[in-house]
Structures are given as structure tokens and as C-alpha cells.
Design a protein around this ligand. Structure first.
Ligand SMILES: [Zn+2]
Length: 278
């Protein structure tokens, strides 16, 4: 068994065949957490989860790219982000559903800030909304699923900013999703009680640093995820990703660590069940 701890079958990329995708995943004993990025997709994540007795869960939150209107062009999917004002009451209600196991995705994204916007102003707004969601998570005793993406010029800055904010909330717990920073920073997150999660990036030939981080971190601090529809692992790189592919990420981590796939599956599943109280 595996748990895809961060996926988006609640997104439009799965509008046509979402139930089939979930079915394929469950048949392979892969459980999943659908993660919302604004109210519409958070609601959809909860609605999907309540249809299942077990195995399908939701996270609800407002992603930093939805604080402004921007063009997002990932290799698999391009879209125009819809701007939303954070409404704490709406998210609190969604978070109170018994199938909601985390708040997120929330965090900071410096990569997609439009050139014509005031960088510091946008940063300030992202921090403010991030802090409100951390406070909600602490209030409800739920973990956070944290998005972090820096600029190409300084990829580490965003992690340091997130760390500084998390230190203001000693009771907060959660995971740094889709981690692609360096080993030292990953260890700092573990020190303050957070887990580190790996996507298909860890299977990419050129992702030497991420592979080193996965190899060196203790297995009991690691989660696996697809972030589908994005970031499909090898051998599906460039295609639409889906939760069933999370096994390729676990396989790669097993290879990097020189341990069995079974061991990676067992321990990462235990880590996820403990963090998300599943
Ligand atoms: Zn995501």
C-alpha cells in the first residue's frame, strides 16, 4: 500500500475521467489526498472524499498563485489563475468535514509573481494569507501541506521565508510538499517538526540535488506524492500524471537508499497515516 499524499484529481484535468483515475489508484492499493487550491477545488476535493468510506481524503486551502490573476504555463497544463480573496469562514467550514485531513495547499510562490506587480507587496500579501491558514490549521489541530517555489535567481530564499514564518507557530505541523531545495534546508525543516515530500522530480535524470536529499533524509521523515496532473515521474515524464504513478516515486527512493520498495511503501504510509490522522 502507498498513499499519494498530494494530488489533484479534483482539478479540471480529470473532469472527464476522475472516477476511473481514482478507481485505478484504489485497485493498486494506493490511497490519496486530493488537495484544493481555492474554494472551488477545495469543495470538490471534499465532495469526492465523502463518497468513499476510506482511501480518499481532502485538503482545503488557498494557493498563493490564486491571490492574483496570472498565467501559469507548466509543461503539462497551462491556465489562467482565478483571483480569490481569502474567506476564513468558508475554509473553516470545509476544514471541519471529517474527510478533510489537512489545510493547503498554502505557502509562498515567488516564481509566478507577474513582472508588472510590486514584488514586495505581493510577497507581503502571500505571507498574510499563509499565516491565516497556519492559524486555522493550529486552531483545528490539522497539519499543513505547504507549497514553496522560489525564483530562479534565488531558489532557497522562499524556503528561508517559510521557515521564519513557521517558527512563529510552534504548534504547527505538516509537510513541505514537492521539495526541491537543498539538504541543509530540508534538515532544518525536519528539526522544526515538518516532513519532506517528494514528487516525480526525484525520478528525473537532472535532479541530482533532490535525489541526494531523498537518499540522505531518514525514511521516517519522508512522504511520497504525485502532484498530479503535474510532474509525472519517469517513465511517464511530460504526460498527464495520476495517483497510481506514485509507485515510481517510491521505487526511485528505494533505489537511491538501497532498500526495498516494500520498506519505502510501509514506512512512508505509516508517516502519512500518522501526520494526517488517517
Ligand atoms: Zn499541488
Amino acid at each position: 500500500m502507498l498513499i499519494d499524499t498530494h494530488t489533484h484529481v479534483n482539478f479540471n484535468a480529470f473532469k472527464e475521467d476522475g472516477p476511473d483515475v481514482i478507481d485505478r489508484s484504489l485497485r493498486e492499493k494506493i490511497w490519496l489526498i486530493n488537495v484544493g487550491s481555492q474554494t472551488t477545488t477545495s469543495k470538490r476535493a471534499v465532495n469526492i472524499a465523502v463518497d468513499f468510506k476510506e482511501g480518499i481524503y481532502a485538503a482545503v486551502g488557498l494557493h498563493p498563485i490564486h491571490l492574483h490573476e496570472i498565467k501559469v504555463d507548466e509543461s503539462e497544463v497551462a491556465f489562467q489563475s482565478r483571483k480569490e480573496e481569502f474567506n476564513p469562514q468558508e475554509y473553516r467550514e470545509l476544514a471541519l468535514n471529517s474527510k478533510t485531513v489537512a489545510i493547503g495547499e498554502t505557502g509562498l510562490d515567488y516564481f509566478h509573481i507577474p513582472k508588472d506587480e510590486d514584488f514586495d507587496l505581493v510577497k507581503k500579501k502571500q505571507e498574510d494569507i499563509f499565516k491565516q491558514q497556519i492559524a486555522l490549521a493550529v486552531e483545528l489541530g490539522k497539519p499543513l501541506t505547504i507549497h514553496s517555489r522560489g525564483t530562479e535567481a534565488d531558489p532557497n530564499e522562499v524556503y528561508q521565508d517559510i521557515m521564519a514564518i513557521l517558527k512563529q507557530f510552534p504548534e504547527a505541523k505538516g509537510v513541505i510538499h514537492c521539495y526541491s531545495g537543498n539538504l541543509e534546508t530540508a534538515k532544518q525543516f525536519i528539526e522544526i517538526g515538518f516532513l519532506i515530500s517528494f514528487t516525480g522530480i526525484v525520478t528525473f535524470k537532472n535532479a541530482k540535488e533532490t535525489q541526494l536529499v531523498a537518499k540522505e533524509l531518514p525514511l521516517d521523515k519522508i512522504l511520497v506524492e504525485t502532484d498530479a496532473p503535474y510532474l509525472a515521474p519517469e517513465p511517464y515524464r511530460g504526460k498527464r500524471n495520476e495517483p497510481a504513478y506514485v509507485k515510481y516515486i517510491a521505487l526511485k527512493i528505494a533505489e537511491l537508499k538501497g532498500i526495498s520498495f516494500k520498506e519505502v511503501a510501509k514506512v512512508t504510509t505509516e508517516n502519512a497515516r500518522k501526520l494526517f490522522n488517517i
